[in-house]
Structures are given as structure tokens and as C-alpha cells.
Design a protein around this ligand. Structure first.
Ligand SMILES: Cc1cc2nc3c(=O)[nH]c(=O)nc-3n(C[C@H](O)[C@H](O)[C@H](O)COP(=O)(O)OP(=O)(O)OC[C@H]3O[C@@H](n4cnc5c(N)ncnc54)[C@H](O)[C@@H]3O)c2cc1C
Length: 449
């Protein structure tokens, strides 16, 4: 492997979405950027992988409108489709973005619904549980359906309602993530990543894969980054490595997703305007809390999406995501069989004929996920946030290192938040750069005078 020996304006550690967007933003501001990743392929959790000859989405696949806006701002040639999410609850279908029926369901209980909206805007908690969606909804909405539908955001973020902060319902509009109006990149997540990478390289950036950051030390003009391929120097270092040391003591990690990767015959119909279908059984607080306690629930939610990849001659692939009981990273064959029977039975109500059309099926446990993807984790939410703790800052003044990704500001555990962390850091660096250049210019002027 060639040794890296160079000096850059900025070194970005981690070529996931956060690292890619941070690099492109700094590049746009005129910085010479080195982007490195310990894995042998770029994209982190975004992209596809080949399993037994079939191409599957790795993890993230549908995004918020905010990503489309970032892509436009950076002038990157990726286009998006606008697709719906279908929620199958108690033999009825609801949709996001909300359509008439879903809105009617909410306003069919006007008092409870108005009280909920009022709480969202003016929450003045008297006790700890008042900060959390589960407890607030239980107090306000006695109707079973309304109660479960109001708790849907917690399912979407992979947290039981009692752990989901009420204020988190507002993040989507407050931070402009736009997940209520979802987008999928044309060609799928791998095309998105390939286009980001090619744009970065064509604009003069350097990408180093198989390059692990082992240490970051302060040096004369900034930092020395020590990797398995040698030392590299830069004024700024931006890291995707999680800042978990800055979390509350004994923090509670989020749960890890498990999945079935399946391939079905091309003639199995899947609605063109829908990306994700959620099987959402009644009583989320009960079944999710059970899973969170480490027990298998007799009913639990799961979701399925079509991979949206370039067409293949005889099949298309889909991922089915669900949570096994907490910490069950390597389930026994008996547990897998039980879960499989449950999911593939229920799937017929979402995608009729699916079982008949199956060409391939593979279960991926959280442990296998990490093995296949060189150490990536299937935990959507790195840490369960509490009402009295905020995500760490993007900048550490002690080490002079900038941080991006879902372990730092802003709130939210999805690609939208990762992209906003990248934008925040790029802006902080641009301001610092301008400030330092002004100081240098002033010093030069003083010397000349
Ligand atoms: C199963 C699953 C499904 C998801 N689905 C969605 C979805 O549909 N929509 C959505 O918006 N979000 C989704 N998310 C969340 C989304 O994937 C993440 O928010 C986003 O991908 C995070 O990007 P990132 O760049 O911060 O981190 P990552 O993608 O994890 O990238 C970090 C990179 O840093 C590299 N790295 C770490 N340490 C080092 C080191 N020391 N040296 C070199 N390289 C290093 C890693 O190898 C990795 O490639 C999902 C998450 C999971 C787990």
C-alpha cells in the first residue's frame, strides 16, 4: 500500500455521508481536502452490497427533502423521487406525507389531538416522564388508534415511546430535515454515493480507502493524523468517530436493527409511488418495551422497502427491517424461525403474493451486519437521549478537532442530522479560516507599514 505523505488544508476521517458532505462543502470553499476511511469502499452506511449474487441496500435508503436541498446547493448531479410511506395499522392503511384519511383520523378526536399539539408547542414538564412522548400521549389520547398513531415517530427512530423525547417530534420541521416529505435518490443509495465520490475527486479531492486513523496529534500548523499508511498533516481535522466519551455516564445505547434481505421475481407488483411499507401492530408501547427489556414479543412492527436499484432482468431486491430483543446480536435458529414465520406471514397483507415470488431470502443478525460491513453498526440511534442531556458540540477546543455524524449536534439520528452536522462544521471552519487569514493579513500590513 502506498504511503500517504502530504499536507492538506483539511483531513476528514470517515467517508460516510457526513464525511462526504463535509468534504464537498470545504472543497467548495477552496480547501484542499483528504478524505479517508478504514473500509475498502466509500459511503459508510449508505450504499449497496452484493450477497450471493444479489445487490442489497446496506442501511439508509430514504431521506428527507433537506438532502435534496443540500445536493442542489453543492451542485451535484443527483436527482430524487418523491415517494410515500404506507403504514398498515389494524387492517387500515395510513400514509406519510399525510393524506385525507390520516388527517381525518387525527381530527376525529379533536380535543385529544389539539391538546397534544398544544403540548408539543408549550410543554412545561412537572415531572420527568412529561418530557417523553409515550407518557404524554398516554395522558392525552385514550383512543387506541390515535394513541398508537401519535407514537409512530418513536417507531420510525427505533426507540420505545417511553424513551422518545416529545421535543424530538418537532426536530423534523425545526431543523428542516424534511422526512415527512421523503425522497429517494434515482438509482438508489449506491448511485448517490458514487456521484458524491466522483464529484469530490473530479473537483480535486483525495480519497484514501483502507486508511484507518489511529491517532490525531497537535502539530506546528495544525494536526498530525497517524494512519496505517503513514502520517498526514493538515490545519483542520474533522472526524466521524463518535464522541461517546462525552455522553452521560452509563448511557443507554439504541437497539440494533436486524434484517431479511430478499429477492423476488420481477412480476411481483410493488406500488410505484410507495417506498416503505410499515407493519405497525396496535400497542407499540407494550411490544416495544418488551423488546427493549430483551424479550421476544408475540406481535411487533417491521418495515419493508424495495431497493430502487437499476433494473435487473428477472428480479428485484427488498430489505425487511425489524428489532430483535435488545442485545440479542446472534439469535438461535429457533428464534430466527419464529421471527421468520411471523414476518413472512404478515407480509402477505402488505405485498400479496410475496411468498410465491420469493427467489432468495437471507437473515442478517446485528452481529453479521457488522461482520459483512467491516465494523459498521446496525444501531440507528447511537445513544438514547435523555431530557437533561444534549448531544456534544461539533468542536472540541481542547484538541482542536471538529466532529460530525449522529453522535454530535444537531439532534436527530438519521442522514439528515449527519448532513447538518457536516454543514455546521464546514461553516465553523470557514469562519475560523477567514478570522485567521484576516489576522495574517493585518500582521503583513503592519510589517509593510
Ligand atoms: C440499518 C439502518 C438503516 C438506516 N436507514 C436510514 C434511512 O433510511 N434514512 C436515513 O436518513 N437514515 C438512516 N439510517 C441512519 C443513517 O444511515 C446514518 O445517519 C448515516 O448514514 C450516518 O452517516 P455518517 O457518515 O455519520 O456515519 P457512517 O455511515 O457510519 O460513516 C462513518 C464512516 O467513518 C469510518 N470511520 C470510523 N472510524 C474511522 C477511523 N478511525 N478511521 C477511518 N475511518 C473511520 C467508518 O468506516 C465509516 O465508513 C439508518 C441507519 C441504520 C443502521
Amino acid at each position: 500500500m502506498q504511503e500517504l505523505v502530504q499536507t492538506y488544508d483539511a483531513i476528514v476521517i470517515g467517508c460516510g455521508l457526513a464525511g462526504l458532505f463535509a468534504s464537498l462543502r470545504l472543497q467548495q470553499a477552496g480547501f484542499k481536502v483528504l478524505l479517508l476511511d478504514r473500509r475498502d469502499s466509500p459511503g459508510g452506511l449508505c450504499g449497496t452490497t452484493i450477497i450471493d449474487g444479489y445487490e442489497f441496500v446496506i442501511a439508509c435508503n430514504d431521506f428527507g427533502r433537506g438532502m435534496e436541498e443540500d445536493i442542489e446547493e453543492l451542485n451535484i448531479p443527483v436527482t430524487f423521487k418523491s415517494k410515500k410511506t404506507r403504514i398498515h395499522y389494524n387492517n387500515e392503511d395510513y400514509f406519510s406525507p399525510f393524506e385525507r384519511k390520516t388527517i381525518l383520523k387525527f381530527i376525529s378526536h379533536p380535543i385529544a389531538f389539539s391538546k397534544f399539539i398544544w403540548k408539543l408547542k408549550n410543554n412545561k414538564p412537572k415531572q420527568v416522564e412529561d418530557y417523553y412522548l409515550g407518557a404524554v400521549v398516554d395522558k392525552l389520547a385514550q383512543d387506541r388508534t390515535l394513541n398508537d398513531l401519535l407514537k409512530l415517530p418513536s417507531y420510525m427512530m427505533g426507540l420505545p415511546p417511553q424513551d422518545f423525547l416529545l421535543e424530538a417530534v418537532e426536530y423534523d420541521s425545526f431543523y428542516g430535515y424534511g422526512y415527512l416529505d421523503p425522497r429517494t435518490p434515482d438509482g438508489g443509495p449506491q448511485v448517490l454515493v458514487d456521484t458524491l465520490v466522483n464529484t469530490f475527486i473530479n473537483r480535486g479531492g483525495t480519497l484514501a480507502l483502507n486508511t484507518e486513523c489511529r491517532d490525531i496529534q497537535k502539530a506546528a500548523q495544525g494536526h498530525k493524523v497517524i494512519t496505517n499508511r503513514g502520517k498526514v498533516y493538515s490545519r483542520y481535522v474533522i472526524s466521524s468517530q463518535p464522541r461517546l466519551d462525552k455522553y452521560y455516564p452509563d448511557y443507554k445505547p439504541g437497539m440494533k436493527l436486524s434484517k431479511f434481505c430478499i429477492a423476488v421475481a420481477n412480476d411481483l407488483p410493488f406500488p410505484e409511488d410507495i417506498h416503505t411499507m410499515i407493519y405497525y401492530p396496535p400497542g407499540i408501547s407494550d411490544w416495544y418495551e418488551k423488546l427493549d427489556r430483551g424479550e421476544l414479543a408475540s406481535e411487533f412492527g417491521f418495515h419493508i422497502f424495495k431497493s430502487d436499484l437499476p433494473e435487473k432482468s428477472d428480479h428485484y431486491t427488498m430489505n425487511i427491517y425489524f428489532y430483535l430483543p435488545r442485545d440479542l446480536d446472534r439469535p438461535t435458529p429457533e428464534v430466527i424461525e419464529e421471527v421468520e414465520n411471523y414476518i413472512f406471514g404478515k407480509l402477505e397483507t402488505l405485498v400479496p403474493g410475496l411468498n410465491q415470488s420469493l427467489k432468495y431470502k437471507k437473515f442478517i443478525s446485528p452481529e453479521e451486519f457488522s461482520q459483512i460491513h467491516q465494523g459498521l453498526s446496525s444501531r440507528v440511534t447511537p445513544v438514547v437521549m435523555t431530557h437533561d442531556f444534549q448531544k456534544p458540540d461539533n468542536y472540541d477546543p481542547e484538541t482542536d478537532i471538529y466532529y460530525i455524524g449522529n453522535s454530535v449536534y444537531p439532534p436527530g439520528d438519521h442522514a439528515g442530522a449527519s448532513l447538518l452536522s457536516a454543514k455546521t462544521v464546514a461553516n465553523l471552519i470557514k469562519i475560523d479560516w477567514q478570522k485567521n487569514n484576516q489576522v495574517v493579513q493585518q500582521k503583513q500590513l503592519t510589517t509593510i507599514n
